[in-house]
Design a protein around this ligand. Structure first.
Ligand code: FE
Ligand code: FE
Length: 269
């Protein structure tokens, strides 16, 4: 039987996943998002790419109903699938690093939802902060738990934004996508193409890229973003398997690509 991915309704779906999303909906407010940006976007902690990869050996993403392997295995599986399809080297690298923002747990804490035990500020499908939550969110029954939905500044379809402002003007729920995107954007020797940066920044934005919500904010260039994301998402989703790799073994192939697009020096987290 063909495997069904992201089936949150299956009887065997872990209670932990549901609980994760309940907390995420409850605590991810606009004010929280602003506070996390101030706290984590400091770019003052040097750490090389491979060291960061190794740290993801210690993290299992609690929000992912499909994978209970260390996160670094998911990164390698994604990259290897992109490589097997002979896609461009920058896209292979995007696959290899797209979840690396989860290293946030190294300096995170339970209270922020950015620790090993509490991951609701780090992983999971994201939504827009500062406007009404759509029904396309996973577990929409938790939307009403978000305090912003009682706040007239934030609980309308536009909220704090203007119609047609474009995706880049939105603040999404705080998590690993935005963190890595901002870290790379501030990395002086980053030459990754725009498509790779969009794949990194928006891959968890399911209510938009798969749910079709938030059309009130889209501008023409966002159609290109959607194409990039849908292309990338197949590799993020359908490559999940129990097959494991050794980081050392794949490093020989990926290191020159990483050096080409990111430079050889450390990344500042
Ligand atoms: Fe991710
Ligand atoms: Fe991923």
């Amino acid at each position: 039987m063909e495997k069904v991915f992201r089936n949150y309704d299956a009887a065997d779906v872990k209670t932990a996943v549901r609980e994760h999303y309940r907390k995420m909906r409850m605590y991810q407010t606009y004010e929280y998002g602003q506070r996390m940006e101030r706290k984590y976007l400091t770019f003052d902690k040097p750490m090389g790419l491979w060291e960061a990869m190794e740290h993801l050996n210690d993290l299992i993403d609690v929000s992912d109903p499909d994978l209970d392997l260390p996160n670094v295995q998911h990164l390698i599986q994604s990259a290897e699938a992109i490589r097997a399809d002979n896609r461009p080297d920058w896209m292979q690298l995007a696959g290899l690093i797209h979840d690396l923002g989860k290293v946030m747990f190294l300096w995170g804490c339970d209270a922020d939802g950015t620790s090993q035990a509490e991951q609701w500020g780090m992983v999971g499908d994201v939504f827009v902060l500062g406007c009404a939550l759509p029904e396309s969110c996973v577990y929409p029954e938790f939307n009403a738990l978000n305090p912003d939905m009682q706040d007239s500044r934030y609980n309308t379809p536009l909220g704090i934004y203007e119609a047609g402002c474009g995706l880049d003007a939105l603040t999404l729920a705080w998590g690993h996508d935005e963190y890595l995107y901002q870290v790379l954007k501030h990395h002086p020797t980053n030459t990754l193409p725009k498509a790779a940066m969009v794949m990194i920044r928006y891959h968890s934005f399911y209510p938009w890229h798969s749910g079709g919500s938030y059309t009130q904010f889209l501008k023409p260039e966002d159609a290109q973003y959607l194409e990039w994301i849908r292309d990338f998402n197949r590799y993020d989703l359908y490559t999940k398997s129990p097959k494991t790799y050794s980081l050392e073994a794949i490093r020989e192939y990926y290191q020159p690509i990483a050096d080409k697009y990111l430079g050889a020096g450390p990344i500042f987290w």
